[in-house]
Design a protein around this ligand. Sequence first.
Ligand code: PMV
Length: 336
Amino acid sequence: MSDELQIIVDNILAARKTGSKAKAQGQGLAPSNIALCKYWGKRNTRINLPLTSSLSISLASLGSKTLVEQATGPEDEIYLGGEKLKGDASFVKRMKSFLDLFRPSKEFYFKVQTVNDLPTGAGLASSASGFASLVLALDDFFQYGLDRSKLSILARLGSGSACRSLWHGFVEWEAGVDPMGMDSYAHPLSAVWENLCVGLVIVESLPKAISSREAMERTVQTSALYRGWEECVKHDLALIKAAIETKDFSLLGRVAEGNAMMMHATMQNAVPPIQYSTDQTFAVRRKVVRCREDGVPVYFTQDAGANLKLLFQAKDKSAILEKFGNIPIVSPFKDL
Ligand code: PMV
């Protein structure tokens, strides 16, 4: 990990409670979040600083739970879903270098146990809730007592979108302008939208072929559409906030779906092109459009993976179940 990262973490930890001491075990719980206006592209790849702001909805009780304690042996022990991961796995390497930032001494090793409710690495925001829950567990374990905006910065260093997983409901991540990213963190919106529902159409549970980190970098460097994407985000963000304010569901759905399509179009224009969608993704997208033509207001959004998330209102839940089968459905403001 670069010195830049350690400087940022030390700077943040300077605000911890004085005399804070580690407890036997720390615990963190964080929801997954699905961006309605996406984050795609970094202005600093080492510290995950975005080129544009973004806005998400959290998935209530679906997310990650992480436990942190001191390992008894001479190395970090990382468990995912109850299974101990091998030290050379790329996820473990990423996790260990993140943990390096928090070791009280070089000889201190962590035991980290994470359980994700959703498949890992399949574009279902498990890294977001994973890093957010890890940061919460570290804060609990070391009794730092940091405020949420500082924890949001720490989570961002692990995975950009993780900075939005510290809250329920609608959450906005402002890109910020500070080169060290001290103003690049998320905050919750106060709006409550009781009858809003999110459905998960899982067509692929295997990890994606190309990481969002690599895909974003390639898109920024090579896609001729990237400039247009930056402009699109500005409009979409304003429209989504207006839709939330006025509870205009069709505006929210239309803009969120268009934003996801624009993100995928931008990455398809990269060299070589990036394509997360499979035949099944396209089939589900077509089904969503047909549903609307049949009078059921439903929209989709899609992240860095083949899976789709549906946006609809509670009154249409039975129509959605009938058309899409027995898919998992979350009410972000009710299933808390
Ligand atoms: O935070 P990352 O590196 O997993 O990237 C997330 C990217 C998207 O999910 C596609 C968009 C977003 O804003 O969550």
